[in-house]
Ligand binder design. Structure first.
Ligand SMILES: Cc1cc2nc3c(=O)[nH]c(=O)nc-3n(C[C@H](O)[C@H](O)[C@H](O)COP(=O)(O)O)c2cc1C
Length: 173
């Protein structure tokens, strides 16, 4: 066997939606016989990433860009030499013209590190429930947090990312 290809899906997630997308991506790749690890950003040892053939990196969109943990991770990532490694960026975000995209920022960073983007970044769309009325017991911040916590993936997003996983696996095999 000429060494089975190894991939890793690195994700950040506050409310669990991006984690679901990361797992769907992994599932698609696994179906194609690729060995895939799936790890949250905080648990990644960047010095061990050289052993992978492919890295998928994704997180929630926060303030039109990456989350704090993702920002910290990307900083560490740029300190190791992974030049030429195959990568793909993804995120979760709202469907709104001003929403911004974490994946776009991640992809830009990856390109700056001379990594090989094998597929343009993709976004999974989330929606939050109507904010409704603020409860008397809530502060404005708590109200906003309750609304944000209601984030759910739009229907079909996990299936879409499983399919992306299948496609990626075919292209790195
Ligand atoms: C602090 C904060 C800022 C956010 N800012 C944005 C934003 O600028 N654009 C956007 O589309 N969604 C924004 N969101 C919504 C996130 O995209 C959403 O919470 C996330 O996709 C859910 O993923 P998770 O369940 O993996 O945390 C924000 C959420 C939080 C908590």
């Amino acid at each position: 066997m000429d060494g089975m290809k190894k991939a890793i899906v690195i994700y950040d997630s506050k409310f669990g939606n991006t984690e679901k997308i990361a797992r769907a991506l992994r599932q698609g790749m696994k179906k194609q016989g690729i060995k895939v690890d799936c790890v949250k950003v905080d648990g990644v040892d960047v010095n061990k990433l050289v052993e992978y053939d492919f890295l998928a990196i994704g997180g929630p969109t926060h303030r039109r860009s990456v989350s704090e943990s993702m920002k910290f991770f990307l900083g560490k990532l740029s300190s190791v030499d992974l030049k030429g490694k195959k990568v793909f960026a993804f995120d979760t975000k709202r469907r709104h013209w001003l929403a911004g995209s974490a994946a776009k920022s991640i992809e830009k960073e990856l390109r700056r590190m001379d990594l090989k983007i094998i597929k343009r970044y993709s976004s999974a769309i989330i929606f939050e429930e109507e904010k409704g009325e603020r409860r008397e017991s809530e502060t404005k911040e708590e109200w906003k947090e309750r609304w944000r916590r209601s984030a759910r993936l739009q229907e079909g997003m996990e299936e879409m990312f499983e399919q992306i996983g299948v496609e990626i696996a075919k292209s790195i095999r």
